[in-house]
Design a protein around this ligand. Structure first.
Ligand code: PLP
Length: 397
């Protein structure tokens, strides 16, 4: 089975590492790997004047960063339609107002044209999402607009990003990353905020140290996921994996990526916790393979672009490749019969589809392009071989 959101990056070596770490509980919470990881991420992806702060999830990193900006209740945050509630719930929880901006159909990211329609003087920050890892076409104009109106800029690269884009000393604002299990690199849980300059990160640094540690249950889930996901993947086709997966879900042995509380529109404070050392150890292993994974994603994205006659990826290695069609649910079922799992990021302007949009202040019709894309988008896997990508292409209408 080809998976799209299940344990994309996990390999046998990750499972073996997790197994060994299970017997070393003194390394789970604290250890040298956290600071080493900060240094490594900085050297690899960010300019030398950057500081990086870790949290248990990307949504917690966003919550802490927004709360450090000194904004007032009711201040507006520009955020795109075609996003996940993990982005919107921290905004609402802090008493700010999300203002939904429409996207471009070419890159699934914020449209400068609609920013100009939606902007009011109450806007204080802009979240620029790099959807699927695509650098937004309007990025330069969005940054210029934000600078002109003194908006804080947060570039949300939870899905992935061009690895060279933030190496320049001139990147603006803050960068939000996620190390969740369905992202470009996974430590099962994890998120970070990178900022330039010492002063801008001062208050985030203080909270990073003073929030609670995650529970032992979360640490155990992190370890078990690395082990059981590999067993499930390798035995899925002989049915055993399906049974184990089903049991894990039924017995709540793995927390869903979006919890029930969040689906009901409430921020989950359980995620406001520190990033554990064990997750940093797993991230180091993921970064060791990052170049190979990126090359593979680039090749596949390129083939999809070439064969579909589109130019969505523009040389980047996307986390998922967005394919537009009239009946994405039917196509998804068909591909599943061929043992290919696809995704529906996003089938609703603020995902997941179970969420009542009224709970996140979205007014239907306010982002028509995003709404139309949601009806038609299907995500194709990119972490696969060229042969598998060609097999998928042959099955597309
Ligand atoms: C676009 C986007 N930004 C941020 C996040 C938050 O990441 P995390 O799951 O680590 O909280 C997500 C989560 O799925 C996301 O899709």
């Amino acid at each position: 089975m080809i998976f799209i959101d299940f344990a994309l990056n996990e390999t046998k070596s990750d499972a073996m590492l997790a197994f060994r770490l299970f017997f070393q509980p003194w390394r789970w919470r604290k250890g040298k790997e956290i600071n080493n990881l900060k240094r490594r991420l900085k050297t690899r992806f960010f300019s030398s004047d950057s500081s990086i702060f870790f949290f248990l999830t990307g949504r917690a990193a966003l919550y802490q960063y927004l709360s450090s900006l000194g904004l007032k209740k009711g201040d507006e945050i520009l955020v795109q339609g075609f996003t996940c509630e993990a982005v919107v719930l921290p905004i609402l929880e802090l008493g700010f107002k999300p203002v939904y901006v429409d996207v471009n159909s070419s890159d699934f990211s914020m449209s400068i044209k609609d920013v100009k329609n939606k902007y009011t003087s109450k806007a204080k920050a802009m979240l620029i999402q790099h959807t699927f890892g695509i650098t937004p076409t309007d990025r330069k104009e969005l940054i210029e607009f934000a600078n002109k109106h003194s908006l804080h800029i947060i570039e949300d690269v939870a899905h992935g990003f061009d690895p060279n884009i933030f190496r320049s000393k001139r990147y603006p604002g803050a960068v939000l990353m996620s190390f969740g299990r369905s992202k470009s690199f996974s430590s099962v849980f994890g998120g970070a905020i990178a900022v330039r300059g010492v002063r801008s990160g001062k208050s985030v640094r203080a909270v990073e140290k003073n929030i609670p540690n995650p529970s032992v249950w979360i640490l155990l889930q992190t370890i078990f996921y690395k082990i059981h996901s590999v067993i499930i993947k390798s035995t899925y086709d002989i049915f055993l994996g399906k049974i184990i997966h089903f049991l894990f879900k039924q017995l709540y042995l793995m927390m869903p990526e979006v919890t029930k509380k969040e689906k009901n529109g409430h921020f989950n404070f359980m995620f406001l916790a520190t990033y554990p050392n064990i997750a940093a150890i797993f991230m180091h292993a993921q970064l060791d393979r990052f170049n190979d994974v990126l090359t593979q994603r680039k090749k596949t994205s390129y083939i999809y672009d070439a064969k579909l006659g589109t130019s969505i990826s523009r040389g980047q290695g996307l986390l998922r490749y967005p394919f537009l069609c009239e009946n994405p649910n039917e196509l998804q079922t068909l591909l599943k019969k061929h043992r290919i799992q696809t995704g529906r990021w996003y089938s609703q302007v603020v995902a997941p589809p179970e969420l009542d949009l009224l709970n996140v202040d979205y007014i239907r019709g306010s982002c028509p392009i995003a709404e139309s894309l949601c009806k038609r988008v299907l995500n194709l896997p990119t972490h696969i071989s060229v042969r598998d990508a060609k097999r998928i292409l042959n099955l597309l209408p």
